[in-house]
Design a protein around this ligand. Structure first.
Ligand code: TRP
Length: 375
C-alpha cells in the first residue's frame, strides 16, 4: 500500500500507522496466543489489541487467582465514539476477571494541554464517557473513577497520589522528557508525572494490602511513551515496588481512514448517533475497498483489508468468526458488493446502538454517583 509518513505520540496521531514498525520503534512485544478467556474476547482474538509490555505478570495473577488492578484514563473532550469503546470494553473485561478498576479522568492534562476548564471536563466526562461506560456494562463494585484534579475524599489516599507524582520528579531528567515526548512544556511535564502516578499509585500501601500488586494498563498505542517513562522512573524509585504491565490497541479507523477523532465530526460514529446518522455517515464517508463500477467489482472483487466498513465489523461488530470469514471471501471475490457490505455494517451498528442507547437513557445521577463522588 501507500508508503505514507505517519507519526504517533501522546499529543498527536497522524497518517496511516504502520503497526509493525511501531512495535520495533517503541520496543513493545507482539501479543502471541493468549489463554482462552482472552481469545474468547473479540478484541484480543482479532488482534485489535496487538502488543504489550510484561503481560505475563497479569496472566500469572489471573491463573493463580491473585489480586491485580487495571488502570486507564480518558481525555474528556468531544463525543464518545466507537473508537473509545475499545478501552471501555477492556475495563469491563478485566472487571469480570476480578481486577480492581481505576479510571483517571485526565482533567488536569486537558486543562494544561488543551485549554479546557475543569468544569467543562467534568461535564463531558460524565455525560459522554462515564454514562457510556455504565451502559456498556461497567459496575460500581471494585471500581473507582476519579478526576486528576480531585483524587479522593480520603486525605491519606489523596496525599499519597499527589505525593507520588511529586517525588517521581527526582528520578527523571529534562533530556529524558525531551527524548520521549519531543517538544516539552511545563504542562506536558506535569501531565506526564501525573499520569505516571495514575498508573503506579494503586500499588501504594494507601491503596492495597498487597506487597506487589500487578497492574495492567490498557491503552491506545500512542500512550506508550508515557508508559515507557513511568516504567523507567518507577524502577529508579526505590522507596516503593511499583510495576506496571500494559497492552496496546490499534486505532479504530476514522470513516475515511486515519484515526477516528472526536474533533473531526465526519470521522466518527458516536454512541449517541441516531440510526439515520449512522446510515448517512457510513454511506457517505466510509472508505470503500470496492471497485468503481459494479461490473468491475463483480469481475475483480473488492479489498476488505482497506475497507472501513469491513474493519468495523472485524474489530467490533461481527463477533461470529464464520460470518466474518464469509463476508471477507465474498467481498474479495466480488460476490458481495460495497453497498451490501455497507448495509450490513449499518444494520449491525444500529442494532447495537439501539440497545445501548436504551440502557444509557435509563442511567440516573445516582448511578453516576456510584462511581464518582459528588462535589
Ligand atoms: N493521556 C491519556 C490520554 O490522552 C489519559 C490518561 C491519563 C491515562 N492518565 C492515564 C491513560 C493513565 C492511561 C493511564 O488519553
Amino acid at each position: 500500500m501507500k508508503d505514507k509518513e505517519f507519526s504517533v505520540s501522546p499529543w498527536e496521531v497522524s497518517g496511516e500507522v504502520d503497526y509493525d514498525k511501531l512495535i520495533k520503534e517503541f520496543g513493545v512485544q507482539k501479543l502471541e496466543k493468549l489463554p482462552k478467556v482472552f481469545e474468547d474476547n473479540i478484541l484480543f482474538r482479532r488482534k485489535l489489541i496487538f502488543a504489550h509490555r510484561d503481560i505475563q505478570r497479569i496472566l500469572e495473577a489471573i491463573k493463580n487467582k491473585k489480586k491485580f488492578a487495571m488502570v486507564t484514563g480518558l481525555m474528556p473532550s468531544g463525543k464518545f465514539h466507537i473508537g473509545h469503546m475499545v478501552v471501555a470494553l477492556q475495563m469491563i473485561f478485566y472487571q469480570k476477571l476480578g481486577a480492581k478498576i481505576y479510571i483517571a479522568v485526565a482533567d488536569v492534562e486537558t486543562y494544561n494541554t488543551r485549554n479546557q476548564d475543569l468544569e467543562k471536563s467534568r461535564e463531558i466526562a460524565i455525560e459522554e464517557y462515564i454514562k457510556n461506560y455504565i451502559a456498556l456494562g461497567l459496575k460500581p463494585k471494585n471500581c473507582e473513577i476519579y478526576f486528576q484534579s480531585a483524587r479522593s475524599k480520603d486525605a491519606e489516599k489523596s496525599n499519597a497520589y499527589y505525593r507520588l507524582q511529586n517525588l517521581l520528579a527526582r528520578r527523571v531528567t529534562f533530556n529524558e522528557f525531551k527524548a520521549v515526548y519531543g517538544e516539552i512544556t511545563p504542562g506536558k511535564m506535569i501531565s506526564s508525572l501525573l499520569q505516571a502516578s495514575d498508573m503506579l499509585h494503586p500499588g501504594l500501601k494507601e491503596f492495597t494490602k498487597e506487597k506487589e500488586l500487578p497492574v495492567i494498563v490498557p491503552v491506545g498505542v500512542d500512550q506508550d511513551p508515557h508508559i515507557r517513562l513511568a516504567r523507567d522512573i518507577s524502577k529508579r524509585f526505590k522507596e516503593t515496588n511499583l510495576q506496571i504491565s500494559s497492552t496496546y490497541n490499534r486505532f479504530i479507523p476514522g470513516l475515511s481512514g486515519g484515526k477516528m477523532s472526536s474533533s473531526e465530526e465526519n470521522s466518527y460514529i458516536a454512541l449517541t448517533d441516531k440510526p439515520e446518522e449512522v446510515k448517512r455517515k457510513i454511506n457517505k464517508y466510509a472508505f470503500s475497498g470496492g471497485r468503481d463500477t459494479l461490473e468491475e467489482h463483480r469481475k475483480h472483487g473488492g479489498n476488505p483489508d482497506i475497507d472501513v466498513s469491513f474493519q468495523y465489523l472485524r474489530d467490533l461488530f461481527e463477533p461470529d468468526d464464520k460470518k466474518l470469514d464469509k463476508i471477507y471471501k465474498d467481498y474479495k471475490s466480488g460476490k458481495l458488493t460495497s453497498g451490501e457490505l455497507k448495509n450490513y455494517t449499518i444494520d449491525k451498528i444500529n442494532t447495537f446502538l439501539k440497545e445501548h442507547q436504551k440502557r444509557r437513557e435509563n442511567i440516573t445521577k445516582k448511578d453516576v454517583e456510584g462511581f464518582v463522588y459528588k462535589r
